[in-house]
Design a binder for this molecule. Structure first.
Ligand SMILES: Cc1cc2nc3c(=O)[nH]c(=O)nc-3n(C[C@H](O)[C@H](O)[C@H](O)COP(=O)(O)O)c2cc1C
Length: 304
């Protein structure tokens, strides 16, 4: 209290790239099922709000299309690694050619989680629209369903692949799906530029801790040198503030932005990001902070 908070900024940077607020769009597959303009609109919404979109391997637009729809905006590419090295190489090449600046390597999905709600509703991802990057990597426009997609993903990924993917692509790699201090340290040891503490929105393994619970031990393990991002359940500006106070450099936001996209395309995604930005600015000001990096663990306490 009684700290001059007339000027509050939410601006920050991730891996050296300036962004308007410490939130990025989480990788989410198949966005043209949410809105006909899909990933291209998401890229435009993120760019208009001033942040980075992380595009999924399972995107229903190609890296080139997404790059062209927001050419000046920084963008990251989420990678699933395939059993066939040639497929993975082709995907990475497409991302590099389209100007993606970092690889977010998802490591918590060697198998597709058993998602009982999906099973109950019987909802299946239709084959159309296809996943063009994967179709190109597989050679020709062969279309595959989500279950088939995941059958092509390797369960044989290991830590040495982190270094290989970084040197093959020439891009920094963030490891997404880290849940413990031990794995965070292994990620750093194997050349990761950052880690994303995540349990895939709770949709992979039953019984794992919430990512916000795992965050402090990861931050303490890797130290200030490694950027730690977190996702899962960020729904309010105060959620972002809590994550930053616990040591996250930035957060990824998934479903809220997807719902924004579904409602109103690029403008809807932008609006959700801006609502979260404004809520964060308010939380910072009310916590006596003028910028995200003034948040500390002293600003949070465990609810009894
Ligand atoms: C519809 C949907 C699709 C997703 N697809 C991917 C994906 O392709 N790759 C990935 O690494 N994570 C994927 N995720 C997980 C998100 O990146 C994120 O970890 C998770 O949704 C938690 O954030 P949230 O609670 O803000 O949604 C997906 C999540 C959703 C909801």
């Amino acid at each position: 209290m009684l700290r001059d908070v007339q000027e509050v900024t939410t601006e920050t940077s991730v891996l050296g790239t300036g962004i308007a607020f410490p939130m990025l769009v989480a990788p989410m597959a198949y966005q043209r099922h949410a809105h006909p303009d899909g990933e291209c609109a998401m890229a435009q919404g993120a760019a208009a709000a001033g942040t980075i979109m992380c595009m999924s391997t399972m995107a229903t637009s190609s890296p080139a299309e997404v790059g062209a729809s927001a050419p000046d905006a920084p963008r990251w590419y989420q990678l699933y690694v395939f059993r066939d090295d040639g497929v993975t190489r082709s995907l990475v090449d497409q991302a590099v050619d389209a100007g993606f600046r970092a690889i977010v390597l998802t490591v918590d999905a060697p198998y597709f989680g058993r998602r009982e709600r999906d099973i109950r509703t019987g909802w299946m991802i239709p084959d159309d629209p296809p996943v063009p990057a994967l179709a190109a990597a597989l050679g020709g426009m062969r279309q595959t369903t989500v279950v088939e997609h995941f059958k092509l993903v390797t369960a044989g990924l290991s830590w040495k692949d982190v270094e290989r993917i970084s040197s093959d692509s020439g891009l920094p790699v963030l490891v997404k799906g880290v849940q413990t201090a031990e794995d965070a340290l292994l990620a750093v040891e194997h050349g990761a530029a950052g880690v994303v503490v995540s349990n895939h929105g709770g949709r992979q393994l039953d019984g794992v801790a919430a990512s916000i619970e795992m965050l402090p031990e990861v931050v303490d393990a890797v130290g200030a040198e490694t950027e730690v991002l977190v996702d899962g359940g960020i729904r309010r500006g105060t959620d972002v503030a809590i994550a930053l106070a616990l040591g996250a450099h930035a957060v990824l936001v998934g479903r809220p932005v997807l719902w924004g996209l579904a409602v109103d395309g690029a403008a809807g995604a932008q609006r959700v990001l801006e609502l979260l930005r404004d809520e964060l600015a308010l939380a910072l000001g009310l916590l006596g902070c003028t910028s995200p990096d003034e948040l500390t663990r002293a600003h949070v306490g465990r609810a009894l």
